[in-house]
Write a protein of this length. Sequence first.
Length: 612
Amino acid sequence: MAKYYLQPEENYDTKIGVLINKFNSKVKSFPPGTCPLVVQYASLRASMSQTCGKCVPCRDGIPHLSFLLRDILAGEADENTMRQIHELAEMVRDGSDCAIGYQPAFEILDSIEEFKEEYESHIKNKSCSSSIGQKIPCINMCPAHVDIPGYIAHIGDGNYADAINLIRKDNPLPTACGLVCEHPCEERCRRRLIDDAINIRGLKKYAVDQVAADTVKVPQPLPDTGKKVAVIGGGPAGLTCAYFLAQMGHRVTIYERQKALGGMLRYGIPNYRFPKNRLDQDINAVLSAGNINVEYGVMVGEDIAIETIRKSHDAMFVGIGAQKGKTLRIEGANANNVFSAVEMLDGIGNDIIPDYTDKVVVVIGGGNVAMDAARSAVRCKAKDVRIVYRRRQDDMTALHTEIEAAIMEGIELITLAAPVKIETDEQGNCVGLTVQPQMTGPYDHGGRPSSVAVNKPKFTIACDVILIAVGQDIISVPFEKFGMEANWGVFKSELTTAVPNMDGVFVGGDCATGPSTAIKAIAAGKVAAHNIDEYLGYHHEFPCETKAPVPKANVRMQIGRANTTERPAYIRKCDFDHVENPYTHEEAMQEAERCLRCDHFGCGVLQGGRDL
């Protein structure tokens, strides 16, 4: 008589699951600067261990592919090897029964195209290209290349002013990044190999919470050069560029269309995420560098000609951001009570708070602007707030933490619903949003599943106000007339931030990349400042008096990451006060202690020069 058994809880598959999680941590911690062929080789070896052995192309083809790739890495391959890899990968792709076989083959064929130069270097030169070499993960992943291990060590020692000065060597807006940075520096943190990434943003915030940035004296500028530089736009890119140019001894004039500096940091991010008095601390410190004059309320291209600015200065930096909200090309888009979310947030930044008492507000979009607009609408006393998005929640471009916070504050997400019409009454007021249900389709060029209309009936979401958050436009026309080339409003520029065919004109931030993050705008401003300095005939190197402390022995035992917490949703959604709770001293010290000081241990001791 046959017997049947329950699967024991502590079986091999359960235990292997623990190993897989550890393996996953290793993959996530692949050091930046690693040769892509090494990563591809490691991926192939992992695929080999997954094969069931039933079909020959997978069972025998993947190991042979890995041997051929190993020959390339060892400098023992030639053009014939590449031909073999290509032919074998196609055979494995087309002949394997399941994804364990055909997906690695797809990836090999893709890598031949994606990393063509690297393959050629290994074939012809028998070595990696010159750009390959392991880098300090957090420093490399930070667009501004801030000395993160160094300032974390200062925080651990209680030297908060030193931490701020070390940050300011590469990023003059430490408070802004401590509160709203998307922390790409944490993505490859080597601490993941032990437990979890360091809470780098949380530690930076702790430093500026202990010592306000504008109470930490900025370095003395270098001697006056007499050179004049115009900076158009006082957002994160413009402020950064102005700060470093001023430090170099150049005279800077910032032309700002608003009544205060900050750009989208002030007029796009609500107070509950970034209180403006905290932003002012960074701005006060930047202006204290000297050599900076600000012209407020000036719309360049209208109030003053761009040609006039360029002729009266030795160089010009354009960092005007993406300050205009896009609209939807659907019926009813011009109805009453239909607004741009960007303009609504701009109004709140100017202390114009809309009253949505007893109103139902619908926000269209899935990015951070949509989340900010929806959460702001809650604080403007809306009865209900709903976010409508044509893709899945997983495909939203907003930070996961922002989406989670919106849901906690009672905001409903209506996903896989594409707006097709805004319904209006006889007076032209919007009364609802009609949407077409969607399903997920093939991946688009951006790497996300596209949305495709599904055979389901349209439905209407009743509402009183609609906020459109489907992207941002750049007011580029005046600058295009001046001669700056643009593609769909985004200015063309080189990696040096120089504008092609425009002598002495540089550009950076959202207007050069499309809407992006504050830290990327800061990086662009920093690179532009150094290249403007070179253009003016200088090569200034101003030393930072603050150095990283001597590293201590690593703490290698597993310790849980100290996440920051927020005020309870039922309290915080009633006001615009800052939502995030501060770190305690104990949390900050424990988190700082977790840093492995990769700038000293491991490849860090081999580091030479690095990108700006």
